[in-house]
Design a protein around this ligand. Structure first.
Ligand SMILES: Nc1ncnc2c1ncn2[C@@H]1O[C@H](COP(=O)(O)OP(=O)(O)OP(=O)(O)O)[C@@H](O)[C@H]1O
Length: 229
């Protein structure tokens, strides 16, 4: 089954050194977020590497990833149309906020003023009007997280991989940025996978939660993708 809309991990199993690390079979509808939890070393980053297409050859993987009906499994990473958000905003320090955004914008959007207007509109969407010319070094942690989100969304990803994107933010800011990210995901109907250690993140994401923690040790884990809620 290809899963015409959304993201689907179909019979995914990843092994390392002959031992099964994780198994996952799960569909993420448009606008939903699947939360993946598990202790350090359980394979969360490895799962993202598999979905994004840069899994280290030390791992043996089987199963497929479908996105809006396309089989991504053998596609080059840049053709998968995935957006990633990490703990760090990872903005280019030698570029202004606006230049960071324009870098992510499709070359199909032509014309200097049209490109700038598109980037400014996205900045406004994440609550950052009038920051186009700012130096990223002068941004607060929350502002940098907003720019990172804007840059990711500007590339118009068909799915998002969120790798502990809130873990560097203090508690109050964390709630604000979290709400912003999940509201954008729902409104734009983007399927997402979130890796986190924080149950409050999973709660805010509002979708299924899978714990891949026991998989390698017991061979059970969540082989049928049954969420814990
Ligand atoms: N390139 C690699 N070659 C061999 N083993 C690796 C490689 N990368 C990771 N591993 C091992 O694979 C297992 C899963 O690692 P992974 O980084 O996916 O865990 P994680 O759940 O993301 O951990 P954390 O929560 O600490 O980020 C670990 O045992 C790790 O040591």
């Amino acid at each position: 089954m290809s899963g015409a809309e959304g993201l689907r991990l179909s019979g995914v199993e990843i092994a390392l050194g002959g031992q099964r690390l994780l198994a996952l079979d799960h569909a993420v509808p448009p606008g939903d977020t699947l939360t993946v939890m598990g202790p350090s070393g359980s394979g969360k980053s490895t799962l993202f590497a598999f979905v994004a297409g840069f899994l280290d050859p030390a791992f043996k993987a089987q199963g497929k990833v479908f996105l809006n009906g396309r089989d991504l499994t053998r596609l080059a990473p840049r053709r998968r149309r995935l957006g990633l958000l990490f703990q760090d905003a990872l903005l280019f320090p030698h570029m202004s906020v606006g230049e960071n955004l324009l870098f992510a914008l499709s070359p199909e959007i032509r014309g200097r003023s049209r490109r700038r207007e598109t980037a400014e509109t996205m900045l406004a969407e994440v609550g950052l009007d009038d920051t186009f010319v700012r130096d990223p070094a002068t941004l607060s942690g929350g502002q940098a997280a907003r720019v990172a989100l804007a840059r990711t969304l500007l590339a118009e990803p068909e799915a998002l991989l969120l790798d502990e994107p809130f873990s560097r933010l203090d508690q109050a800011l964390r709630a604000t940025i979290r709400d912003l990210v999940f509201s954008r995901i729902r409104e734009r109907r983007i399927p997402a996978i979130l890796v986190t250690h924080d149950p409050a993140d999973a709660e805010a994401a509002g979708g299924d939660v899978v714990d891949i923690g026991d998989c390698g040790r017991t061979g059970q884990g969540a082989p049928n993708g049954e969420g814990v809620r």
